[in-house]
Ligand binder design. Structure first.
Ligand code: C2E
Ligand code: MG
Ligand code: MG
Ligand code: MG
Length: 279
């Protein structure tokens, strides 16, 4: 009997699983060296202010060009970075690049731009985040009100108490806070009330569902109205078509982001993009 079980236990190590865990180990070791090897790059996706029809800022999105794996999606390597705690040095690197690039744009004469950086749960709950942000702002010379941190609901509720406390401190120094991917998962209205927020980013899913059914259109419209009634700014994510931009414009939405407005761009291309859209 024991022998039987032993046999079965052996079958757990299926060749596919071996390959998968080898892959993960390899990816992990590649990820460890990626920062020093200069394999990361930050791209910036423009965000449009619908009230003024001007670009108000951009979201920093991390790109990894691995010599072993090629271009790896952040959806694949960010969870691994969180698991290995590499997310700490990686996020600090993104913050530094983003603040430095934005400061350079301000010096080149582009007015009042806001850069948004995605922050993971682990980092949000860590009190060192405030120290590193202060020191990065000081080093780069970027005024705090040009920086926005994007957090998700899932991240916020993991360590709610410390997160709320850190967000209050950050807002006191002038940093803005956006709630990312709103509407997916366990969205709760009390969370909006608990977190100190400036902007709510409505997940791409909503813009996709518009005009597919009356109910989803009504829900989307209601969320945009609610955000505006709470005196928060809304940002609709994932705008791919002109009709979707029109829809957002007529529904009290403040900001919009998506491939139709602009794809994530490397710094130099962002600069030309902004230059072409200067009033
Ligand atoms: P997110 O923060 O919600 O970022 C928006 C994602 O939607 C980006 O994917 C962007 O390229 C994509 N997107 C923007 N407009 C459109 C559109 O019109 N259509 C479609 N189909 N997609 C659009 P990306 O760059 O692959 O990033 C995926 C996620 O990875 C991000 O979602 C964010 O959660 C995470 N991420 C990216 N960079 C970082 C980072 O520096 N730190 C952390 N912690 N997470 C990051
Ligand atoms: Mg985001
Ligand atoms: Mg998002
Ligand atoms: Mg998203």
């Amino acid at each position: 009997r024991a022998k039987e079980e032993g046999k079965n236990r052996f079958q757990v190590y299926h060749p596919d699983m071996h390959t998968n865990s080898m892959n993960k180990l390899t990816m992990e070791s590649c990820l460890r060296g990626a920062l020093d090897a200069g394999e990361f790059e930050v791209h910036y996706q423009p965000q449009l202010d619908l009230h003024t029809d001007t670009v108000m800022g951009f979201e920093a999105l991390l790109r990894w060009n691995s010599p072993v794996f090629g271009k790896v999606s952040p959806l694949d390597f960010i969870p691994l970075a969180e698991e290995t705690r590499l997310i700490f040095p990686i996020t600090e690197w993104v913050l530094y690049r983003a603040c430095n690039d934005t400061k350079r744009l301000l010096e080149e004469g582009f007015p009042s731009l806001l850069v948004s950086v995605n922050i993971s749960a682990l980092h949000l709950a860590d009190s060192r985040l405030i120290h590193s942000i202060r020191s990065i702002l000081r080093q780069t010379g970027l005024p705090a009100h040009h920086l926005c941190l994007e957090i998700t609901e899932r991240a916020a509720i993991q360590h709610l108490e410390s997160t709320v406390c850190h967000l209050h401190e950050l807002r006191e120094i002038g940093v803005k806070i956006a709630l990312d991917d709103f509407g997916v998962g366990n969205s709760s209205l009390s969370l909006i009330n608990t977190l100190p927020l400036d902007t709510i980013k409505i997940d791409q899913m909503f813009v996709r569902s518009v005009s597919k059914s009356e109910i989803s259109t009504a829900i989307f419209t209601t969320i945009l109205g609610l955000v505006s009634d709470l005196n928060l700014d809304s940002c609709v994510e994932g705008i791919e078509m002109p009709e979707q931009l029109e829809f957002a414009k007529t529904r009290r939405c403040r900001f919009a982001q998506g491939f139709h407005i602009g794809k994530p761009l490397p710094y130099e291309e962002l600069k030309s993009y902004l230059r072409n859209r200067m009033p």
